[in-house]
Design a protein around this ligand. Structure first.
Ligand SMILES: [Cu+2]
Length: 151
């Protein structure tokens, strides 16, 4: 009985440890802004392991307002709006990219220069718990943000 309890406890701890570690963010970048521009977008790839998670928000000290946005074409016009959350399914890679989901940084406190790193915190929800993941996004030139890469 005592041995069984110990096994259950260690499994539970192992599961929690994995859950903490398994959200990964890679290739994070932010679009550099022009001097008068008040908003920009941040983009990245997110995985959430075998259980998945839901991206429910973002924070950044570089902006007054930081939101999770979706861009889509409505009557051939690109429109974007805030979304309550985006699911990262088990084993799935969620790509935040221009023309799709992105992190919107509004009321920028200063222009974001090429090469500068912008610190973000992504907020995920899983099994009713919130988990925060720090991300450093490096600014790329404006022209590199439209889906075209210089070559
Ligand atoms: Cu947006």
């Amino acid at each position: 009985m005592i041995r069984n309890l110990a096994i259950v406890t260690s499994l539970w701890l192992a599961a929690c440890g994995v859950a903490q570690a398994e959200i990964t963010v890679s290739d994070a970048w932010v679009r550099a802004s022009l001097p008068h521009q008040r908003a920009t977008g941040a983009f990245m790839k997110i995985t959430a392991g075998a259980h998945g998670a839901r991206l429910v928000g973002a924070r950044s000290t570089a902006a007054g307002v930081t939101e999770v946005h979706e861009m889509k074409l409505v009557d051939n016009i690109a429109r974007m709006s805030r979304v309550e959350g985006v699911d990262v399914g088990p084993g799935q890679v969620l790509e935040l990219k221009p023309g799709s989901y992105h992190i919107m940084l509004m009321e920028l406190k200063a222009p974001v220069a090429v090469g500068e790193a912008v610190d973000l915190e992504l907020v995920f929800e899983r099994d009713g718990h919130q988990q925060t993941v720090p991300v450093s996004a490096v600014a790329r030139p404006l022209a590199g943000g439209m889906g075209r890469m210089p070559h």
